[in-house]
Design a protein around this ligand. Structure first.
Ligand SMILES: NC(=O)c1ccc[n+]([C@@H]2O[C@H](COP(=O)([O-])OP(=O)(O)OC[C@H]3O[C@@H](n4cnc5c(N)ncnc54)[C@H](OP(=O)(O)O)[C@@H]3O)[C@@H](O)[C@H]2O)c1
Length: 279
């Protein structure tokens, strides 16, 4: 029996992965903020006779304090983690800051993923074929890092914040493999492309209905979108770092994967964790 930790495991792609692995006999720890969604997952797990192998942990991963607390708990309760899947995300239509004073997209989409990978690395390394799957926007050319204003204080645009996060996640993959060259953990960046999930949730009406309709018409169903992810969890790729858009491999040596930029990012993220808004 393998142990998978899935952030955002209560909805969309994360939930579909959770149910897939529960039905296969594995143990799943799903992380989210909404108790109702967590309980719905547990009910579904019971229906699959997998209630004893499923847990829901409530944690707001946009808070670095809560993220580190979650990692401490996971390390204590699970001597070995086979797969760590990053699926927690929320599209921030307006600029918001966390209690620590950190812009929320950067905090949730980038900082929490950096912290969890670092904090859980040694627990993953006890597994025979450990893998981190970072569900992100790899392979897209859109977006850039505003190094002089990563928290977008001067001008916040939701799409720019998301795409900055996507570029930053590419660098997180590079940083992990550069900083831990001997680690057996394989780091997979995976862009599922357009998938019909909870995409409409952050929007107000009438945009919410419009996004739902567009997703129903044009996005891939979630059960199909998880197939290549399942393959990468079951048989992690050979290279330490790999990236895919659905099934298409992405070159991880291009300008978006610069080790110098990756190092710069992790230094910034460490400062942010220690100093919060002051960074
Ligand atoms: N769907 C797509 O078209 C698409 C395209 C490209 C990339 N992706 C990536 O794939 C991943 C999964 O996307 P999805 O569309 O399946 O997501 P989704 O349906 O919107 O679900 C998001 C999940 O994240 C959790 N979450 C949100 N804020 C959180 C927080 N502060 N702390 C902890 N958990 C939080 C939610 O649970 P709560 O509500 O309980 O907090 C929910 O379980 C994301 O990383 C996304 O960037 C998706």
């Amino acid at each position: 029996m393998r142990t998978l930790v899935i952030t955002g495991g209560t909805q969309g792609i994360g939930r579909a992965l959770a149910l897939h692995y529960l039905s296969r006999g594995d143990q799943v720890i799903a992380v989210g903020t909404n108790q109702v969604k967590g309980e719905a997952l547990l009910t579904e797990a019971d229906r699959l006779s997998a209630g004893d192998r499923c847990s829901f942990l409530s944690a707001d991963l946009s808070s670095p304090t809560m993220t580190i607390r979650l990692a401490d708990r996971l390390r204590t309760e699970h001597p070995r983690i086979d797969a760590l899947v990053f699926g927690a995300f929320r599209y921030q239509t307006k600029r918001q800051e966390t209690a620590e004073g950190i812009e929320r997209t950067l905090a949730l989409y980038v900082l929490s993923r950096y912290l969890l990978a670092e904090e859980l690395r040694t627990t993953l390394e006890r597994a025979p074929h450990p893998v981190i799957v970072n569900l992100c926007g790899t392979g897209s050319r859109a977006g850039r890092l505003r190094w002089d204003d990563l928290q977008l204080r001067r001008r916040y645009r939701p799409f720019a914040a998301t795409m900055q996060g996507a570029r930053a996640n590419d660098l997180l993959g590079v940083a992990f493999t550069v900083e831990h060259p001997d680690s057996p953990v394989r780091y997979v960046l995976h862009n599922p492309l357009f998938v019909n999930t909870g995409l409409a949730e952050p929007f107000r009406q009438p945009t919410r209905t419009a996004v739902s309709i567009i997703a129903k018409l044009f996005a891939a169903p979630v059960d199909r979108a998880i197939q290549p992810i399942v393959e990468r969890i079951d048989t992690p790729p050979e290279p330490a770092l790999s990236a895919f858009q659905a099934r298409r491999p992405i070159d991880v040596t291009g300008p978006g994967f610069d080790p110098g930029a990756a190092r710069r990012l992790t230094i910034t993220l460490r400062n942010l964790t220690i100093n919060g808004a002051a960074a």
